[in-house]
Write a protein that binds this ligand. Structure first.
Ligand SMILES: Cc1cc2nc3c(=O)[nH]c(=O)nc-3n(C[C@H](O)[C@H](O)[C@H](O)COP(=O)(O)OP(=O)(O)OC[C@H]3O[C@@H](n4cnc5c(N)ncnc54)[C@H](O)[C@@H]3O)c2cc1C
Length: 380
C-alpha cells in the first residue's frame, strides 16, 4: 500500500497552508466570537482556485483527486484554524457541487458548475429535517408532480451554507418508494426561503439555517438524477466523500492543536523549568501525536481506497469515528496543558474543542457509523 504523496501534492499542501496562515487565521477568533461568515475570505479561497478543486478541469473545476482535496482541506484546517470555513468548504464541495458533477445532466453541469467552481455561486445540500436526521429515509418534505413541474413543500434543518447558498440541492419524498433531489436556485425561486439561522457551539463562522419550502415550484429540468433514487444513488455516494474529504480538515485542526500545545509546554515555566520537562506533560504530547497519526492514517487510507476505486465505506466510517473521538481528546489535552489559560477564550484550544465536537455528529453520527461498520461485519 502506497501512502506517499508526490512533490506536486507536497507543494500544493504547503502553499495552501501558507495562504491559510496569512489569510484565514488572523480573523478566525473574531469570526468565531461573532458567529460571522466572511465572504472576503471565501473569495480569496476561490482566487486560489480551491472552490472547485474536486471538479474536472473540463467542467470548470481544479481537477484535483480525492487525495488532493484531503491535503487541501487538511492544510486549511492546520493553517487557518477556522472549523467554520472548512465546514462550509466541505459542504460546498462534497454535498453542494459533487452531486451536480456526478449526477447532473450536461445542461445542469454547464449551468451551475463554472459558477460553483470559481466562487460566484455557493452550494448547499438540504436533506436533514426536524424529524428525519439519522433516519434519512424518514423525510417528510414532499415533491408532487404538476405537469412538467414539481411542487415542493417541507422544512429542512441544520443546512450548512443555508443563509448564503445560491444553489441548494433539496431532497423530497416523491413516493412511498423514495426521494428525489432537486437543484434549487435559492435566491430567486419563489417558495424557497431561509428560516432561522442556528446559533452553534462551534464552527461558528459557517452559517447554518433552516430552509422552508412552501409550494416551491421547479421545472423537471431541475431534477437531479432519477425519480425516487436520491437516497441510494446520490446521498449515500456523497456521504462517502463527506466522510473522507471533510474529515481531513479535522486532521489539520489536530496538527494545529498539537503545535500550539508543544509551543506552550516549552515556553511555560513552573517549578523552575518548562512544563514540557514534566513527564506527565511530555506524555500528553506524545499521546496527542499518536492520536493525530492514527486519525491521519485512517483518513488517507479511506481516501486512497476511494481514489483507486476499491470499496471504502467501512474505512470512511472508521475514519469518521476516530476523528470524532480523537480530535476532541486532543483538544481536551491541549486545554489541560495550557492550564487556566486553556480555559480562556484567548487561546485557540477551547475553540478547537468546540469545532472538533461536530465530527461525531454532522454528516452521520458516531453511532450511525458504528451501525454501518457492524452491518458489514454481520453481512446484513
Ligand atoms: C453543524 C451541522 C451542520 C450540518 N450540515 C448539514 C447539511 O449541510 N445538510 C444536511 O442535510 N444536514 C446537515 N446536518 C445534519 C446532520 O447530518 C444531522 O444532525 C445528523 O445526521 C444527526 O441527525 P439528528 O441531528 O437529527 O440526530 P438524531 O438522528 O435525532 O440522533 C440523536 C441521537 O440518537 C442516535 N441515534 C439515532 N438513530 C440511531 C440508531 N439507529 N442507532 C443508534 N443511535 C441512533 C444518534 O447517533 C444521536 O446520538 C448538519 C448538522 C450540524 C450539527
Amino acid at each position: 500500500m502506497d501512502f506517499s504523496i508526490t512533490d506536486e501534492q507536497r507543494a500544493l499542501k504547503k502553499s495552501v497552508t501558507e495562504w491559510a496562515r496569512a489569510t484565514v487565521a488572523p480573523g478566525s477568533a473574531d469570526r468565531d466570537k461573532e458567529g460571522r461568515w466572511d465572504p472576503e475570505v471565501w473569495q480569496s479561497l476561490a482566487r486560489q482556485g480551491l472552490a472547485g478543486l474536486p471538479i474536472p478541469e473540463g467542467l470548470g473545476g481544479g481537477g484535483g483527486s480525492i487525495v488532493d482535496c484531503c491535503l487541501v482541506n487538511e492544510a486549511i484546517g492546520e493553517g487557518g484554524r477556522d472549523g467554520g470555513l472548512t465546514l462550509s468548504l466541505g459542504a460546498h464541495w462534497v454535498i453542494g457541487t459533487v452531486p451536480i458533477w456526478l449526477h447532473g445532466t450536461p445542461e445542469q453541469q454547464a449551468k451551475y458548475l463554472p459558477g460553483l467552481c470559481d466562487g460566484r455561486l455557493m452550494g448547499a445540500w438540504a436533506s436533514t429535517e426536524p424529524e428525519a436526521g439519522s433516519d434519512a429515509a424518514g423525510l417528510q418534505a414532499t415533491a408532487k408532480r404538476d405537469g412538467d413541474h414539481w411542487i415542493i413543500n417541507g422544512t429542512k434543518i441544520f443546512i450548512t451554507n443555508g443563509p448564503i447558498a445560491d444553489v441548494c440541492t433539496v431532497l423530497a419524498k416523491t413516493s412511498d418508494r423514495g426521494a428525489t433531489a432537486f437543484i434549487i436556485e435559492a435566491k430567486t425561486t419563489p417558495g424557497f426561503s431561509v428560516g432561522r439561522t442556528l446559533d452553534k457551539m462551534g464552527c461558528r463562522s459557517s452559517p447554518t439555517s433552516e430552509i422552508v419550502l412552501q409550494d416551491c415550484r421547479v421545472p423537471d429540468t431541475q431534477r437531479l438524477g432519477p425519480v425516487d433514487e436520491a437516497l441510494f444513488r446520490i446521498a449515500f455516494e456523497c456521504f462517502d466523500w463527506e466522510r473522507t474529504v471533510m474529515l481531513a480538515a479535522g486532521v489539520g485542526g489536530m496538527q494545529a492543536t498539537l503545535d500550539d500545545a508543544i509551543r506552550y509546554a516549552k515556553q511555560r515555566t513552573q517549578f523552575g523549568k518548562p512544563i514540557a520537562h514534566f513527564q506527565s506533560i511530555a506524555h500528553k504530547l506524545a499521546e496527542m501525536k499518536i492520536n493525530l497519526e492514527i486519525a491521519r492514517t485512517a483518513v488517507y487510507r479511506a481516501a486512497h481506497l476511494k481514489q483507486i476505486g476499491e470499496p471504502h465505506s467501512v474505512e470512511a466510517s472508521i475514519a469518521k469515528v476516530l476523528i470524532g473521538k480523537l480530535a476532541v481528546d486532543n483538544a481536551l489535552e491541549a486545554i489541560q496543558i495550557h492550564g487556566g489559560y486553556g480555559y480562556l477564550r484567548d487561546f485557540p484550544a477551547e475553540r478547537a474543542l468546540r469545532d472538533a465536537k461536530l465530527g461525531s455528529i454532522g454528516g452521520g453520527t458516531t453511532e450511525i457509523q458504528k451501525m454501518i461498520i457492524s452491518r458489514v461485519l454481520l453481512g446484513e
